[in-house]
Design a protein around this ligand. Structure first.
Ligand SMILES: Nc1nc2c(c(=O)[nH]1)N[C@H]1C(S)=C(S)[C@@H](COP(=O)(O)OP(=O)(O)OC[C@H]3O[C@@H](n4cnc5c(=O)[nH]c(N)nc54)[C@H](O)[C@@H]3O)O[C@H]1N2
Ligand SMILES: Nc1nc2c(c(=O)[nH]1)N[C@H]1C(S)=C(S)[C@@H](COP(=O)(O)OP(=O)(O)OC[C@H]3O[C@@H](n4cnc5c(=O)[nH]c(N)nc54)[C@H](O)[C@@H]3O)O[C@H]1N2
Ligand SMILES: [Mo]
Length: 770
């Protein structure tokens, strides 16, 4: 018998087609205009051979090789749920007693799954918080730098993660949109929490049809869909701040800056102006100065600046620009440019970040409350910038400077991860692997044998979303989805909530953790709480039972005349609606940031050459700039074992995109396996030629599962193509301490050796007990 089960994922809503207890297919969600192909991988991954079937413990851990043990290379031994539950309760108690709660790292960064109740990280942090606390992380890999910076500049991080000026307002009012980093269509395939509609491309097309001229300033032509007809301005990676400064110079030279806006709605303009004109450092930031840095002709820079002065416009930059050395600078300078143009808060104009970074950015919507599990208070006040994890493990007791604070790094004895994969997301994996040897115990909850599970001591098999009931919700989408359980838990997998509830029971706080609700009671509770708040906001949502039966709730679309422009109130009346900055205005110069005394992020935007870029000395040895961007065929590491990702690989390896002339210069040909390397590591990839790349730039998507040829040995070749063996692990600056993966130089050569097998999608060696 065939059954259809309403379901949802970060890559969209769908119905699961179930036959004989297996998910055999998917049907896209009816109202979705552009469902995308990622859902097609769902049946493959749910029933993949690399599902974790039982709880496991690393053999060496059982034999006492804990602190100092190099993880990832040893077999695992299966254990029963009973035993592992008791053992984890004891271990958690012991670590807390001997070393205090800060010795447990529970930052657990990662996307988990779309369901809001069974959200693994939320469940884990609730468990650890109620149990006595843990060291946590702050900010997201996506935009950590912006999260630290923007509150100083415009008083809020909403300009990058919240309700930004919507596409409706842009289509109606703007006639030019400058997109640093383009508007990559692949990025709109996903939304954290899932979505009923992939509105991303349709909204861009609508703006284009309304007459908005799009300019994509990016090293890669493919960053904007061909049918959007965008002009392509190729730029060297990491140099956007220089181009923006030169645009500012061009505006100044023609007297086109909006003096009234700068005087009444900004502070610190005079300081930046002096820098642009070269009064403070002897270097005027002219277009001719920027041309050799950026590779963009001076005349193009000048013309674009003047076009902005002549035409109602929106400025945007991809989130990727700040995942780079000194990533604060291009974003801050983009705000300063919009301030010079006086566009901030004008209908459909100004500046916003991430229109090209995920579905839902700029989608017209009404504010809705969130459906979410309650978080528990963490009694430990210690949070580490999310991308400083290796440093935290390497330097216990030492001080890390961050956004005006001095953080004393804790001595971590236990790491516990649920719903994230540092061996996917973190930079310089060989360095992480060494630091990862320091704790005594590492616990990972995972449905699959991902790289983080393989590098754990204690592995708990989690169900996938198809094996439980849940509710999907995203604040950037109008739909709420009922996620019906489609199949029974596979093998001995259990959901994250239940496994933690049992450990909490051993530790004596089960009822505080569960609040004495089971799954069904939780879903009803979370929904009803949401429904009540909605009612207060004028939206009458149906009862839980009706919602569950119908499969989704749709909140009405706002009428077009409600098109939203961010900062409109402020622009209209800055006295009545000041920004939440110290001055109440846009801080082109920030006294607060200047007072930190960071030379890597001074008081106003500047050009600082990245540590790694095509203009660096190091480029003599590693002459190619590697951009490791988001994958079109999966979500990070998720869905990598599925058919969509598999179809894109070349001889089973992640594609490396290269300009045909760069390939010819190295004697390389399309479809060949290549070795990508630098001083930090090496991986294999499959060569794909693309004349839409700036010469000297190569790209690899993230997400091919880390597959070291010799597991557990730092520096080993990744045979599958995970670019994070190559990327540097250094904070953007002491202000943001964000990841700087995009500042990465490499070389590429032919791989002549025998082709090592990819084993990442098979279970690791397992030893049955005698
Ligand atoms: N070089 C480079 N690196 C990058 C980036 C880049 O641009 N370049 N981008 C960065 C960015 S922006 C991000 S957001 C990160 C993403 O990094 P992550 O969010 O860590 O990546 P995911 O692969 O989504 O990890 C989620 C994990 O949760 C697991 N999971 C799914 N459902 C469940 C569940 O129900 N229970 C449990 N216990 N686990 C579950 C999945 O199997 C998966 O392993 O990567 C970052 N890394
Ligand atoms: N399909 C799919 N979509 C995703 C994700 C996924 O895993 N799969 N992940 C989601 C997540 S977690 C996030 S945070 C967002 C990230 O969203 P983004 O950060 O916007 O995505 P990226 O693909 O890393 O980068 C977009 C483009 O920026 C360009 N770029 C890189 N460096 C520079 C530079 O220095 N200057 C200029 N001008 N351009 C540059 C690159 O050509 C790249 O293609 O994507 C989300 N969308
Ligand atoms: Mo992200």
């Amino acid at each position: 018998m065939t059954m259809l089960k309403p379901h949802a994922s970060h890559w969209g809503f769908f119905d699961a087609v179930v036959e004989g207890g297996r998910v055999v297919g998917v049907r896209p969600f009816g109202p979705d205009p552009f469902p995308g192909s990622l859902i097609e991988s769902v049946p493959d991954v749910v029933h993949a051979p690399c599902r974790i079937d039982r709880p496991y413990i690393r053999k060496g851990w059982l034999e006492g090789r804990r602190r100092g043990a190099m993880r990832g290379g040893e077999p695992f031994v299966p254990v029963s749920w009973d035993r592992v539950t008791r053992l984890l309760a004891e271990e958690t108690r012991r670590i807390r007693t001997e070393h205090g709660p800060t010795a447990i790292y529970g930052g657990s960064y990662g996307w988990s799954s779309a369901g809001r109740f069974h959200h693994a990280k939320t469940q884990l942090q609730r468990f650890l918080g109620l149990g006595g606390g843990f060291t946590s992380s702050i900010h997201a890999y996506s935009y950590a730098t912006g999260q630290a910076l923007m509150p100083h500049v415009v008083g809020t991080a909403e300009i990058l993660l919240g309700r930004i000026t919507d596409w409706e307002a842009i289509a109606r009012n703007a006639r030019l949109m400058l997109c640093f980093g383009g508007l990559a269509a692949k990025n709109g395939l996903v939304l954290s929490g899932g979505m009923g509609r992939h509105d991303y491309l349709p909204l861009m097309r609508k703006a284009r049809a309304a007459g908005v001229r799009l300019v994509s300033i990016s090293p890669y032509r493919g960053d904007t869909e061909a049918d959007l007809g965008a002009e392509w301005v190729p730029i060297r990676p990491g140099t956007d701040a220089a181009m923006m400064l030169a645009m500012a110079h061009a505006l100044l030279a023609e007297g086109r800056e909006d003096r009234a806006f700068l005087a009444t709605r900004c502070v610190g303009w005079e300081r930046l102006r002096a820098y642009i004109l070269g009064e403070t450092d002897g270097t005027p930031k002219t277009p001719a100065w920027a041309a050799p840095i950026t590779g963009v002709p001076a005349e193009t820079i000048r013309r674009l600046a003047l076009d902005c002065a002549d035409t109602p416009n929106m400025l945007t930059a991809a989130w990727s620009l700040q995942r780079a050395d000194y990533g604060e600078q291009p974003w801050w300078m983009l705000v300063a440019l919009a301030a010079m143009l006086g566009t901030i808060g004008r209908p459909g104009q100004g500046v916003g970040f991430g229109y090209g970074s995920t579905n839902g950015m700029g989608t017209p919507r009404r504010e809705l409350p969130a459906v979410s599990s309650p978080v528990a208070r963490n009694p430990v006040p210690l949070t580490i910038p999310v991308a400083r994890i290796t440093e935290m493990l390497e330097r216990p007791g030492e001080v890390l400077q961050f956004n005006g604070r001095d953080i004393t790094l804790p001595d971590i004895r236990m790491i516990w991860w649920a719903g994230g994969n540092p061996f996917h997301h973190h930079q310089d994996l060989n360095r992480l692997l060494r630091a990862w040897s320091r704790p005594e115990t590492i616990v990972v909850q995972e449905p699959w044998w991902t790289a983080v599970a393989r590098h754990a001591d204690i592995v708990l098999p989690a169900t996938t979303t198809l094996e439980r009931n849940d509710i999907a919700f995203s604040s950037r989408d109008r739909f709420v989805r009922a996620m019906h359980q489609a199949i029974p838990p596979q093998a001995q997998a259990r959901n994250d909530h239940d496994m933690l509830a049992d450990i909490a029971e051993e530790l004596g706080y089960r009822d505080r953790f569960t609040e004495q609700r089971d799954e069904a009671a939780w879903l009803r509770h979370l929904y009803e709480r949401w429904r009540q708040v909605c009612a207060g906001m004028g939206f009458e949502a149906p009862s839980f039972d009706r919602f569950w039966e119908e499969g989704h709730v749709e909140a009405p679309e706002p009428p077009p005349e409600e098109a939203y422009t961010q900062f409109a109130d402020f622009a209209a009346d800055p006295e009545e609606h000041p920004l939440d900055t110290p001055s109440g205005k846009v801080e082109i110069f920030s006294e607060t940031i200047a007072s930190f005394g960071y030379d890597d992020c001074p008081g106003h935007p500047v050009w600082i050459p990245p540590r790694e870029w095509l203009g660096a000395e190091k480029a003599a040895r590693f002459p190619l700039h590697l951009l490791s961007y988001q994958p079109a065929t999966r979500l990070h590491g998720q869905l990598d074992p599925g058919r969509v990702a598999a179809a894109d690989k070349i001889q089973g390896r992640e594609p490396v995109l290269m300009h045909p002339e760069d390939a010819a210069a190295r004697g390389l040909v399309e479809g060949q396996v290549v070795r990508v390397f630098n001083d930090r590591g090496a991986c294999l990839g499959g060569l794909r030629l693309d004349a839409g790349l700036l010469r000297g730039v190569v790209t690899m998507a993230t997400g091919a599962w880390f597959d070291p040829q010799e597991p557990g040995v730092p520096g080993s070749l990744c045979v599958h193509g995970n670019p994070n063996v190559l990327t540097p692990d250094v904070g953007t600056s002491r202000l943001g301490q964000g990841p700087s993966a995009q500042s990465c130089l490499v070389e590429v050569e032919r791989w002549d050796g025998p082709l090592p097998p990819v084993r990442a999608h098979l279970p690791p060696p397992i030893e049955e007990p005698a």
